[in-house]
Design a protein around this ligand. Sequence first.
Ligand code: AMP
Length: 333
Amino acid sequence: MSKEIIVSGIRPTGNLHLGNYLGAVNNFIKMQYEHHCYFFIADYHSLTTHPNPADLHNNVKQVLVEYLACGLDPESCTLYIQSDLPQIPELYMMLNMHANLGELERVASFKDKARTQPNNINAGLLTYPVLMAADIIIHKATKVPVGKDQEQHLEMARTFGNRFNRVYQKEIFPEPFAFNYGNELIKIPGLQGGGKMSKSDGDGNVINLIDTPEVIRKKMSKAVTDAGATEPNTLPTVPVQNLFDIMKLVSTQDKLKHYQDLYASCSIRYGDFKKDLAEDMIVYLQPIREKISDIQQNENLLKKVARIGKEKASESANKTLKECREAIGFRSF
Ligand code: AMP
């Protein structure tokens, strides 16, 4: 199998939750041994919403700690903080010169943001897809693990890379495409009966990797179910199926079958089901939670990881930037 160059960033918005872990990070851990992977913490991207400096730093640190606790291995992948690479804004600036106002204004996420935060429609928000393109193509990525909602941004990364190649008559950037590790994207449902596990629906909708057993028990006791099955052998309702989907990932298959059978015979007791699921989540997350608290105390490790990540990512970024500068006509005397 030929190795792909894979780039993936995450915005530092707080703690990782079970959806981030099972839907993304768990795959990164396998991918890092099979491909050339660049994982970064997207703190430049955070600036569009003007975070307070202390919060920004703490959030970056927390994602770094949690990535390491989950099993990202800085020796096998390149794990870095975006703002440690000034090469990225340099490429962003170059790409911006060929990005048209019209195409940026048409991006769905820009239109959404312009509607939801009408008092802060800044140029960074407009050119967000250009920064994202720079993140990806600076390492000449061939694959990016993205969900459907990011497909438009990825297409723009291809457009900006191709345009640069065409304008300067050089084949610098390959085209990056979406990447699915395994066969299908898994979606971890939230606890409130509706869509996916996501912080945007409040902390009660997610199980964070750092949640203590008490917090997990409390959140699970409030997880939405239904009024109880009345007809035998009917399909579970969405909220109950959501909990079965989570159980499938953290419990034994025998236990899952036990509760599915109880549901089918209309004799499931949701209180017991949710308590049992909470205990399995606690056991499942316990080793990660312990590692998080160890790594959090280990400032030397974090410093070392950030330094190594910066060195490795800079080496790749510098090579690309050198080609771009020469192509543009920035040449030394
Ligand atoms: P977010 O910070 O919500 O953008 O999440 C970062 C990444 O985690 C996403 O790009 C997804 O790959 C993954 N992710 C987040 N929530 C879920 C979920 N509920 N199910 C599966 N994957 C998820």
